[in-house]
Design a protein around this ligand. Structure first.
Ligand SMILES: [Fe+2]
Length: 381
């Protein structure tokens, strides 16, 4: 509330616009750094974007090493392997290039470059942030998807001992986030849609969070409007730079806004990622309408949902907004049932147990009770 103390961290330097990745190499050159570890994944390497960045570095006289052994739900092993390469090849900075997985991995390699393991020690839910010191190498992030916004975030999510673990420290914030819509044009329509819905959900969950943060609320609302306006265009025409640029920005805005926290939507989506390796954005899309309906019984949340009517061109009424969200998801082929995605009822109890333990769960504005998640999952089946 407005009568309590709060600390807000606003983000890193952002270099936005077509061609920003090329300019970034010169910006790094000015700092005097000599050799970078490019953390990416096989897909980005295959489409040539990692090679393009390497070429930009070479052109300004900076050496670079590509590390692309990163899973879609990155693991502790991915982080430790990357850290080993960073040390063995004597790099002096890290640049993550890709979706949330390479960026989270790069961010955590930055931690492990100067900190002892195991990674479990830094689990944010166990107070691990206090062990993370400000002695880490320079770190830059270049997103190739518009979804996680990890490039402006202070945390990473890594699977440690089969559990999605949040590593958090204000010192993990990238030094520069490079938002270049040109490098997102090759993202296929399905991934564009899934990551774009993830960006929307970040903004929505941040928006309904009851922490006092009007700056984040304003940003979240604007970004949701951008998602609704531009995601379809980015899905239907990948080369639409205006749509791609707006989605990149909405994604970064979501991650700034969710400094307030995320809620039940992400708690369940994290479980679907762990149990079924389901894409994070798709998992968030699948559960979105029913999590919104579940939250309706909290008056403050209902009011917040209702205020979004203007974004969708419907009356300021919470039920009308949820129906509009479903219609919007349908337009980008993201309105799915769990049964269509290979999720069986046999795992519902385990998924609930996982969600209840997830760090996002206690932040949900409506208190989640036993049986609630199974109820939501049944309605989604
Ligand atoms: Fe997310």
């Amino acid at each position: 509330m407005a009568d309590k103390r709060h600390t807000y961290s606003y983000p890193t330097r952002i270099e936005y616009g077509p061609g920003a990745m090329k300019d970034f190499a010169s910006i790094v050159k000015e700092t005097g750094l000599k050799k970078g570890l490019i953390v990416t994944d096989k897909g980005i390497e295959k489409v040539g974007i990692a090679g393009q960045l390497k070429d930009y570095f070479t052109a300004v006289g900076i050496e670079s090493v590509v590390f692309s052994d990163v899973k879609s739900n990155p693991t502790e092993a991915n982080v430790l392997d990357g850290t080993k390469v960073y040390k063995e090849t004597e790099c002096d900075f890290i640049v993550a290039l890709g979706g949330g997985s390479p960026i989270d991995t790069g961010k955590t390699i930055k931690v492990m470059a100067t900190h002892d393991g195991p990674l479990e020690k830094y689990d944010d839910t166990k107070g691990g942030d206090k062990y993370i010191k400000n002695n880490m190498p320079p770190f830059y992030a270049i997103p190739t998807t518009a979804g996680t916004g990890s490039e402006v975030g202070r945390s990473s999510v890594i699977t440690v001992n089969n559990k999605k673990t949040i590593i958090f420290s204000p010192f993990m914030m990238p030094d520069i986030a490079v938002l270049d819509p040109m490098i997102t044009v090759s993202l296929p329509p399905k991934l564009t849609a899934a990551t774009g819905v993830d960006a929307f959900v970040h903004n929505l969950e941040a928006f309904i969070m009851e922490t006092y943060h009007p700056m984040a609320d304003g940003m979240a609302k604007e970004a949701m409007e951008m998602c609704v306006k531009y995601l379809g265009a980015a899905v239907n025409n990948g080369s639409d730079i205006i749509a791609r640029g707006n989605m990149l920005m909405a994604s970064a805005m979501g991650a700034i806004a969710f400094q307030k926290g995320l809620g039940l939507n992400h708690a369940i989506a994290h479980g679907l990622g762990v149990f079924y390796d389901m894409h994070h954005g798709l998992a968030n899309a699948v559960v979105l309408p029913e999590v919104m309906r579940y939250n309706l019984s909290r008056d403050l949340t209902r009011e917040k949902y209702a205020s979004l009517g203007v974004i969708f061109g419907v009356p300021n009424d919470a039920e009308a907004v949820i129906e509009a969200v479903e219609e919007w998801l349908k337009t980008v082929d993201m309105l799915k049932k769990l049964s269509e995605l290979g999720v069986g009822t046999d795992k519902f109890a385990e998924l609930e147990a996982y969600a209840l333990e997830d760090p996002c769960c206690p932040l949900n504005p409506k208190k989640v009770e036993e049986g609630d998640v199974v109820g939501i999952l049944k309605r989604l089946f």
